[in-house]
Design a protein around this ligand. Structure first.
Ligand SMILES: NC(=O)c1ccc[n+]([C@@H]2O[C@H](COP(=O)([O-])OP(=O)(O)OC[C@H]3O[C@@H](n4cnc5c(N)ncnc54)[C@H](O)[C@@H]3O)[C@@H](O)[C@H]2O)c1
Length: 339
């Protein structure tokens, strides 16, 4: 099959991960980048070794099959719509956009333009995580009773001071929950199923930002189970993210992408195959490895070549943002929010 030509929107830190992945792929090739700032053009061309364009029109005139949207979260929608209008398939970084309403718009837009829209929620590709999905899906835990996600991370003030968009409502959509917490919240929902209502509380207690640096939510799942979310970027020193799944037959705990406890009544305890560090971003956003991103990009290329749906489509990517938005709404109204 012929190679898929890839263009990237953005020249920020996550683009380095995409470059590393694409360089290792036989199925795809990086052909062009877009940056909104003309001043970044030259340095980006040196860093990435492909032409960099500072107008979207010129960028999209290239022979590109797939556009990877890697710019600020609150600009994802405009980039997705521009790419889709030019007939390009889109793989967009999390979150697809900053509100459920904006996500609905891009889903409808891509559908109307008949292009595929995938979202990079790469932690779904983790090997230990997939073991948990299989165990829960095959009923090993029995009826689910509780699911918790804790993303008790830390970012210093410099992390926000150095960025024009992180922690802003317009371009980040919030902060700790929607930027850092979203991956683990996505995994929790993927395992536990639909959420019917949420009670939440968020606060900005340490950092000089608009969005929250601590947040918590209580979830009611459709299957009757209850759950909790805690997240923060003010929780020094930042601990590996944690997922706890409890069923009537036992429980499984994951930390930093690895299974830490596996206790199911009358079955042998799971022996972790690897305790290797999976690269948690608990204290350092650059510590995230690239292997799961690579799997997402390979899946997207395969979806285009075989004309099938990508691993995480728009409606699936919307779920975590909808729960996070409900936590924000509940915190404002001090009421239970129904989804
Ligand atoms: N999947 C993951 O694990 C993961 C990890 C990190 C980021 N992301 C997502 O990727 C997107 C981009 O995040 P990021 O961390 O790469 O952001 P970033 O701040 O490094 O870059 C964002 C944008 O700002 C521009 N930019 C960066 N530095 C600049 C400078 N000095 N002058 C002018 N422009 C500059 C870049 O061109 C880029 O388009 C976000 O949506 C984020 O949520 C995902």
């Amino acid at each position: 099959m012929s190679k898929i030509n890839i263009g990237i929107v953005g020249t920020g830190s996550i683009v380095n991960t995409y470059k590393k992945c694409i360089d290792e792929l036989a199925e795809g090739e990086l052909v062009a980048l877009y940056t909104k700032s003309a001043s970044r053009k030259e340095s980006a061309e040196k860093a990435f070794g492909v032409p960099v364009f500072d107008t979207m029109d010129e960028f999209l005139q290239n022979d590109i099959d797939l556009v990877c949207v890697c710019n600020e979260s609150g600009r994802h929608g405009e980039a997705i719509k521009a790419a889709a209008s030019a007939g390009k398939h889109v793989l967009c970084e999390k979150p697809l956009e900053t509100t459920p309403h904006k996500i609905d718009e891009v889903i409808a837009f891509c559908k109307a333009k008949n292009v595929k829209l995938g979202c990079t929620l790469q932690n779904r590709c983790g090997e230990d995580y997939q073991r948990v999905v299989e165990a829960v899906g095959s009923g090993k835990l029995g009826k689910l009773v509780m699911g918790n996600a804790h993303i008790n991370w830390y970012r210093d003030e410099k992390y926000y001071d150095d960025s024009k968009w992180k922690g802003t409502m317009a371009f980040d959509g919030g902060a700790a929950l929607i930027n850092q917490g979203i991956h683990t919240i996505d995994l929790l929902l993927h395992i536990m199923g639909s959420v019917t209502s949420v009670f939440g509380k968020v606060s900005t207690l340490v950092h000089n930002i608009e969005g929250e640096d601590v947040g918590a939510g209580i979830l009611n799942f459709q299957n009757g189970a209850i759950g909790t979310i805690t997240a923060g970027t003010a929780l020094f020193p930042g601990y590996p993210e944690r997922i706890e799944i409890y069923g009537e037959m036992g429980s499984i705990l994951m930390e930093g992408g690895s299974i830490k406890a596996w206790n199911i009544k009358d079955t042998p305890t799971f022996e972790p195959t690897s305790n290797a560090d999976k690269g948690s971003g608990a204290a350092d956003p650059t510590a995230i490895g690239h292997q799961n991103h690579k799997k997402v990009i390979i899946d997207m290329i395969d979806a285009i070549q075989k004309n099938r749906a990508p691993m995480v489509e728009g409606p699936e990517a919307r779920k975590a943002v909808a729960v996070i938005a409900a936590i924000y709404d509940s915190s404002k109204s001090e009421k239970l929010v129904y989804l």
